[in-house]
Write a protein that binds this ligand. Structure first.
Ligand code: FES
Length: 74
């Protein structure tokens, strides 16, 4: 049976972040978190990646998408 994923055209999610590496991976030590709440980008548009800078709002408005950050609470 054909899966639903195979009917969706493949797209590039990351337009500009660290395009010189094969895979963008970021590691955060929980013990290094200084604020009670930290927002991490999941839209790949942040100018402060991997942190969220609010760029998802512009992306969502322009595309009708609904992406937003991962909030990590200390
Ligand atoms: Fe990417 Fe907020 S800027 S999720």
């Amino acid at each position: 049976a054909e899966s639903e994923a195979s009917t969706t055209p493949a797209v590039v999610l990351n337009p500009s972040i660290k395009k010189d590496v094969d895979k963008v991976v970021d590691t955060v030590l929980v013990s290094d978190l200084s604020k009670p709440l930290t927002a991490y980008c999941r839209c790949w548009r942040s100018g402060t990646f991997p942190l969220c800078d609010g760029s998802h709002a512009k992306h969502n408005k322009a595309t009708g998408d609904n992406v937003g950050p991962l909030l990590v609470k200390k």
